[in-house]
Write a protein that binds this ligand. Structure first.
Ligand code: CTP
Length: 450
């Protein structure tokens, strides 16, 4: 078995420790509520969710998922596959769900008490998380050789699957065939995401969606009205742009696209039709999002204009401000004299300002970012006005903060009314918060117009 790097082990240990307390008991307290409002907290009251946990290291995120679901008022019953029990015990999962945990297809007690048909019938939604390559294969073939697959075969309710596996297994044509079959059967998916795997040195697509992403997908399925952006078209820009110097060199910046892509994912989970216009990034195209790939600022502007009309535009790309006036068609060569080539730069079009000041097709809500290393709020306020944006998400991108390219962001939301300071959050949670705020703003405008 591949060894895990000390850092991966540490990350896993920290994440698991957040769920299982240091003296070995299970922390049943809900996570801090922050400033979520009451309707958000009880969003799933009255819903029965059947969670199937298959055998993958991402099981620990499903423990957090149980807490998040119960916190929102859902009742959770769990099935563990045999492989899952190599990772976690029914006792631990039962302590979190507050319900009996089911493991066997032929359990005399359970068949009298509650069989697989009843388990399937009594759920409003079945969630498979983590879903391994093996369970996806068995689902795709309609197998019913254990309790989990028997329940899935008997299911007449929506099924949401959160895959989690090694990127090689995810990319394998057999897995991709199974996914296509399952999609055709109406199975819904959330994730997987790109990122570091539990195995040492492995990275790529296959990491299970985060618990809150799964919750958002569950809410969108069970509470279509929770789909706060249903019926909206949202354009998101993401990533850097590359401005060619010659065929092999370019000007760019350190943007990873993580924040922009997370916003596109969150908007889609909230029911929006999303057009994601992205510069070159190593992230995969998010599921359910129309992704348009561009290289340069001018191509990005063209793609954004072609995607109009839209209700909302979120410009998260770190667009290169300048391009080389005349990129060379051949590779620039050193001539041995020590002379450097004269690179005359010209300014690129400002996409946010073009959209923010669009005469005919300005979206109802235009949101930009301000990446600053000094005078954050003053610069961000000036950008809001100069570019005709409704909101600016200001972030300090000084290298010591680790924001650019990192997994977290510390946002100050600047609106016409003032400034809101958000805590430092994972980029996925920043995206969810932003989408929730956008939903509120659109609803308030609709109500004001009525
Ligand atoms: N932006 C854009 N097109 C550009 C430059 C920036 O759409 N050519 C957008 C970014 O997507 C972001 C906002 O404008 O939403 C602010 O970007 P930022 O890099 O912070 O500022 P700049 O406008 O580039 O100004 P400066 O580099 O002088 O800070």
């Amino acid at each position: 078995m591949a060894k895990r790097s000390p850092e991966t082990k540490r990350n896993l240990a920290v994440e698991i420790a957040a769920i299982v307390d240091p003296i070995g008991g299970i922390d049943l307290d809900p996570p801090p509520r922050g400033d979520r409002n009451a309707s958000e907290i009880t969003m799933l009251r009255g819903n029965d969710i059947l969670l199937i946990i298959a055998g993958g290291i991402a099981f620990y995120k499903s423990l957090d998922l149980i807490r998040r679901l119960r916190e929102r008022g859902a009742a959770v019953r769990a099935i563990l596959t045999r492989a899952a029990m190599e990772f976690v015990t029914p006792l631990a999962v039962g302590a979190l769900t507050g319900n009996k945990v089911f493991t066997e297809l032929f359990d005399r007690q359970d068949e009298h008490d509650i069989g697989h048909i009843r388990l399937a019938r009594e759920a409003d939604l079945i969630v498979v998380a983590p879903a391994t390559g093996d369970i996806l294969a068995r689902m795709a073939h309609g197998r019913a050789d254990d309790l989990a697959t028997a329940v899935l075969l008997a299911a007449d309710k929506p099924v949401l699957v959160a895959p989690a596996m090694n990127p090689l297994m995810w990319r394998h044509p057999a897995t991709q065939r199974n996914l296509a079959t399952l999609r055709g059967d109406g199975i819904r998916f959330v994730g997987p995401n790109a990122g570091e795997m539990a195995e040492s040195g492995e990275a790529g697509l296959g990491r299970m969606a985060e618990p809150l992403e799964i919750v958002a997908a569950i809410e969108a399925l069970l509470r279509p009205s929770a789909a706060v952006l249903a019926g909206c078209h949202v354009i998101v820009t993401s990533g850097p742009t590359h401005e060619p110097i010659d065929p092999v060199r370019y000007l760019a910046n350190r943007s990873s696209g993580k924040q922009g892509h997370a916003i596109a994912i969150a908007a889609a989970a909230a029911g929006a039709r999303v057009s994601l216009v992205t510069g070159p990034v190593i992230l995969p195209d998010p599921f359910g999002v129309a992704t348009i790939h561009v290289e340069t600022a001018r191509e990005m502007l063209e793609a954004v204009e072609a995607a109009l009309p839209a209700d909302v535009a979120v410009m998260a790309a770190a667009v290169a401000d300048w391009r080389v006036a005349k990129a060379s068609s051949g590779k620039l060569k050193k001539d041995g004299s020590g002379q450097v080539p004269p690179l005359a730069l010209v300014e690129n079009p400002d996409i946010l300002a073009t959209i923010g000041r669009h005469h005919t097709l300005r979206p109802a809500l235009v949101v930009g970012f301000a990446a600053e290393t000094a005078d954050l709020l003053a610069n961000a306020r000036a950008k809001r006005l100069a570019k005709g944006a409704d909101w600016i998400l200001a972030n300090d991108v000084s290298p010591e903060g680790g924001i650019m390219g990192g997994d977290e962001n510390a946002i100050h939301l600047i609106t016409g009314e003032g400034v809101e300071d958000w805590p430092r959050l994972p980029k996925g949670e920043v995206a969810e918060r932003l989408v929730a705020r956008i939903g509120e703003a659109l609803r308030a405008r609709r109500e004001a117009a009525e």
